[in-house]
Design a protein around this ligand. Sequence first.
Ligand code: BG6
Length: 491
Amino acid sequence: RKAYPAAITIFGAKGDLTRRKLIPALYNLFIENHLPALFEIFCVDFQTVDEAAFKNDLLAGVNEFSRNGKAEPSKWADFAARISYLQGDFTKKETYVSLKSKVEDFEKSGKQRGNRMFYFAVAPRFIEVIAEALYTRKLCSNKVHDRIVVEKPFGTDLDTAKKLNRFLTKRFSEKQIYRIDHYLGKETVQNIMAFRFANFVFEPLWNKNYIDHIQISVAEQVSVGKRGGYYDAAGAMRDMIQNHLMQLLCIVAMECPGAYKAEAIRDAKTKVLKNIRPFTTPQVFKNVVRAQYTAGEVDDVPKIAYRQEEQVSPESTTETFVALKMMIDNPRWEGVPFFLRTGKSMARQSSVIVVQFKDSPHKIFKDDIVPNRLIISIQPELEISLLFESKVPGLQMKLVPVEMDFTYQEAYTESLPEAYEALLLDVLQGDATLFMRADQVEAAWKVVMPILDAWKKSPSKQLHFYESGTWGPAAAGNLLKPYAKEWYRLP
Ligand code: BG6
């Protein structure tokens, strides 16, 4: 692939995402020679800053958050020389006039019109403002080379997501729009596609004939911290289920795409979302559990209750935990429940997908047989294991479940790129495979809308509470019965 020069613009350069994720990712791409020889990073934000101090702060971010640890001074100096700060109000014309002249100067210096990437690391209220300015100032008008990257949340419900899609697609072609869901860039998540579609041994079993149920859990230890202002209006359904967990579900449940190509993969995923059985209001209260954390301890560190968090209403009914059961109405999955669960301030950080196979139909052993399970650990453990029954050595026929394991640590020496490294490189290379298409985002909103609507009508109905540092409310466990004794948890 030809490496075009890249003019990378980050709107929201003083924000947390830039410091924690974007700059460390770009820096790692740079030191591992994935960035084109000619590139420049234009950092735009409202605040007036001293450029040297700004860069030092970015360096501190790299030192703290990069998977490669501390930056090497000479490499950082090379990298930092390509960064410039542009103070500007996102709502003012002058910001874009000076940005345009900077981008054009860079392109002139390389005697080539390369790729332009505009990353929206900004609060949702600025997305349309910036998009409009890029459009009218003709900063992002080349349909092949110019791209925008939009962070979540993409809308706050189906209507706002549709409106935003309409707004963006009027100004840019769909191919220029990269809607990020960083879970799709995670190495272990990308590997699920390889696991499913490059190993024919599992495919014949991957359906209602052999699978009893599937669990998808994303448990977090972190609480909402300083993000109360955003989170209290969003909640776990909008923050995690509508995007990250739905995407995991799509990868697990999709049909094999016709080719490893962006559109084929995105078509296959969208079909899954469209086949999810719509929730009726009574089903919402039966099959969806929502809860909020109270004070407690996570790893021996005391945690305050959600209602005491900064910028959270003391009477808030926002959920910090959701567990739900959903069904997919298609020939592959008819009758197989999918259980999704996510929460903050929980006992452990653990993102795991469990595929539980059916019991063997004919029992010849005395011992209870534990059904086979395939466990795909996404983080922090990176492994795939298959649980099967084995005879305990000895003179009796005694069976116990054992595990066949694949761990990244044992199998590979390569270090794993961060999700943002993979995704930023894809944007530069024009590969949208791991990004959300307009119809995908809308289909995912469509699934969760009946739940959000039912909750809105009765905000405190069936809001459960769980102590920080636990695995969530007991009601979430009841959902699973009679399929499994409990949610799978890392030992
Ligand atoms: C973000 C959510 O999209 O994902 C956060 O807004 C959440 O609330 C985060 O903590 C989880 O991402 P990761 O990569 O740490 O699992």
